[in-house]
Write a protein that binds this ligand. Sequence first.
Ligand SMILES: NC(=O)c1ccc[n+]([C@@H]2O[C@H](COP(=O)([O-])OP(=O)(O)OC[C@H]3O[C@@H](n4cnc5c(N)ncnc54)[C@H](OP(=O)(O)O)[C@@H]3O)[C@@H](O)[C@H]2O)c1
Length: 322
Amino acid sequence: MKAIIYRRYGTPEVMQLREQPVPIAGKGKVRVKVHATAINDWDWTLLRGQPHLLRLFSGPFKPKITILGTEVAGVVEALGEGVTRFAVGDRVYGDLSEAGFGGFADYVSVPENAMHPMTANMTFEQAAALPHAGLLALQGLVGAGAIRHGDRVLINGAGGGVGAIGLGIAKTYGCRVTGVDKASKLGALNAMGFDETLDYEQTDFTRHGQRYDLVLDAKTTHSPLRYLNALEPGGRYVSVGGYLPKLFQLFCAGPLIRKVTKKQLTILALKPNQGLDRLNDLFEAGALNCMIDGPFALTDVPAAMARFGRADHLGKIVIKVE
Ligand SMILES: NC(=O)c1ccc[n+]([C@@H]2O[C@H](COP(=O)([O-])OP(=O)(O)OC[C@H]3O[C@@H](n4cnc5c(N)ncnc54)[C@H](OP(=O)(O)O)[C@@H]3O)[C@@H](O)[C@H]2O)c1
């Protein structure tokens, strides 16, 4: 099979298209013919091996995992011993971040519990765009953020994968949604249905005088006290990612701030693949916009990774594996 492999940490140029053996479907695993995969922050982080602390797990000198690719959609092609949830021919999708990665390839062998059935009307490209960003949005807004009908919601970093799905979820609760990103992406965000958009280079949402019931942040860059300014009494701020020093401050100060101010500042720890049933239902109800950047070919993965690294993308960068 064809696969994009990397054997040393670095920039996307270290990734190469190579012939690899087709993986076997081991005990409890299914072999999936990959039809689409998506570029993810995990892939970008593991490619570079940064922050360096990560190398304690990913391999101190060279990467232990040589085929990246976190989100996949495809067809079950072989069943390992003991597999009960799937049959050959099932259309499945899922997040492989706790299942060894490997989506940048024609085939991947994964534990069956890392896969979930696709709904009838979902394309492989749409399905590949959903499991990670979709669940960050769902678990962030509905779980940690306890979204309520009619909330004023702000999504920071709205032009990425989380933003488009988050907008769809918030709209099912009748919320007014503000999206924050750089100026060049705001036209697309308006067209997508955001009620208001802010250019983060011109307007700091923590200082512009508006307050929100719920903030979902994909790019935490400020100190916790600044986020308090942006929250209504009883408001919730949920970070799904950002700059490590700021996340550390949030982690330390969040519980105390909650006691003193009754406002909630939390960091979401994603539970991979938990909630895909709900995403399927929302998708079938027409509530989700899987904003796809691409699709690109498997051979284009290094270029697509560079595109992700420059943050030129809008929505999820999807790779179609022919
Ligand atoms: N919580 C967890 O368990 C978990 C697990 C895995 C990943 N994550 C995190 O989840 C997040 C994934 O979100 P995503 O897929 O939507 O990310 P994404 O696709 O990288 O999009 C982020 C968007 O934010 C914009 N941006 C950059 N700097 C900004 C700033 N200072 N203010 C506002 N917007 C800014 C980017 O555009 P420009 O750069 O062009 O402005 C981009 O449009 C990442 O932070 C990732 O690290 C969390």
